[in-house]
Design a protein around this ligand. Structure first.
Ligand SMILES: NC(=O)c1ccc[n+]([C@@H]2O[C@H](COP(=O)([O-])OP(=O)(O)OC[C@H]3O[C@@H](n4cnc5c(N)ncnc54)[C@H](O)[C@@H]3O)[C@@H](O)[C@H]2O)c1
Length: 358
């Protein structure tokens, strides 16, 4: 049997820890895996595009465990009552090739993206950052708000979305959380939200080269957490922001980000730093308080690998309510697959050779 984590189970795992502690632990897992960057067999994700969206497969392995995520991005979906982004994934044992876990990754992607954003900001934003503009107030936005408040000490979030109902929803959800010491301010434009902010998070969805931030909105010392531009032809920043002489651009995995990130707008030789180099201390995340740092996030398979391994560990720790799913046969004789179609056998034994790696 293969372990199974559905939406309800993730709700349960997050509730037990508390969302801030969950994101914090996830950020620790992400950082640990970025520190051992060289252990991973990496490749850019495989994307199938349509005029309205994209479906992507994101595989990665460290030689012991393998994972992949299936994820879509369809900005028009919300008009039909559907999510822009949904995902699920698998964690597998490299030695046997057997899947260990099948998990939802829609909620988990929002949690891991917030964890990754905060982790990058810890290395790149000014230490005295207290005010964040949050542009794009859809599905990911609560996770970003909570993570930056709890883990980075943000005291004021300034919200803007072209859809006022999305901002009202975010305001309502944040108010219900009673986040101590967090001021939530609704703004009338992206420019108003960004003015004077220490950090600007852009997490919008539109399948086009949108210009959410123009050069005039960016001030010295700002950290830009650009999350929403993550596909060819889908960006959020004006190219001149990247080209500022005082800008430092950090990406997750250069071969993928050159195609999918904000840097797709720039020539092939445009300098970028991989986040693994920042974590390992081979490159600085920020040189001084006046530099404009840009985390050009697209989402990399390593982050889902770390998230799958983390939720799997939590799932196994609580054996009482630990669900499995029968998607791999368990046979007395592995050469007799046909036996499965014969008369019903006694209930198969749980496979004892499946290992769980921490
Ligand atoms: N980098 C990553 O790791 C990562 C992870 C998850 C999602 N994403 C991306 O983040 C984006 C947001 O995802 P989501 O699930 O919150 O989507 P969503 O559709 O729920 O929310 C997006 C919001 O952006 C708003 N928006 C669109 N154009 C805008 C504009 N010009 N100005 C201001 N607001 C605008 C929409 O009204 C909507 O409320 C998507 O593009 C998704 O692909 C990236």
């Amino acid at each position: 049997m293969v372990d199974f984590i559905g939406i309800e189970r993730v709700r349960d795992l997050v509730a037990r820890k508390g969302i801030a502690a969950f994101i914090e632990e996830l950020a620790t897992e992400l950082e640990a895996d970025y520190r051992r960057w060289q252990d991973f067999d990496k490749s850019p994700r495989h994307a199938v595009h349509s005029p309205v969206g994209v479906i992507e497969l994101m595989p990665i392995s460290d030689g012991h465990l393998y994972s992949f995520k299936y994820v879509n991005g369809h900005p028009k979906n919300t008009a039909q009552g559907l999510l822009t982004v949904t995902a699920f994934g698998v964690l597998a044992d490299v030695d046997t090739g057997y899947p260990l876990l099948l998990s939802e990754l829609t909620l988990t992607t929002a949690l891991r993206t917030a964890a990754m954003s905060v982790l990058a900001a810890r290395h790149m934003a000014r230490r005295d950052s207290r005010v964040m503009a949050l542009i794009g107030n859809g599905a990911q936005s609560e996770f970003q708000s909570i993570a930056f408040h709890h883990l980075l000490g943000i005291r004021e979030v300034r919200l803007y979305d072209v859809d006022p109902a999305a901002t009202a929803k975010l305001e309502r959800n944040l108010a219900a959380l009673h986040l101590e010491g967090l001021r939530v301010i609704r703004c009338g434009s992206a420019g108003e939200a960004a003015r004077g902010a220490d950090i600007v998070t852009t997490v919008t969805a539109d399948k086009c080269n949108a210009i959410i931030l123009t050069p005039g909105m960016v001030e010295p010392g700002m950290h830009l957490n650009a999350v929403g531009g993550d596909c060819p032809g889908k960006t959020e920043l004006h190219g001149d922001i990247l080209g500022r002489p005082d800008a430092r651009v950090v990406v997750e995995y250069e071969p993928q980000s050159r195609v999918e990130g904000e840097v797709q707008q720039m020539p092939a030789g445009f300098p970028v730093i991989e986040f693994a180099d920042v974590v390992a201390g081979r490159a600085a995340g920020r040189a001084d308080d006046r530099e404009v740092t840009i985390f050009d996030s697209v989402g990399f398979a390593l982050e889902d690998f770390a998230a799958l391994r983390y939720v799997h560990r939590l799932h196994r720790e609580d054996r009482a309510s630990h669900a499995t799913i029968d998607i791999v046969p368990v046979l007395e004789n592995p050469k007799d697959l046909f036996a499965l179609l014969g008369p019903r056998q006694a209930r198969p034994r749980a496979a004892s050779h499946l290992r769980v790696s921490a």
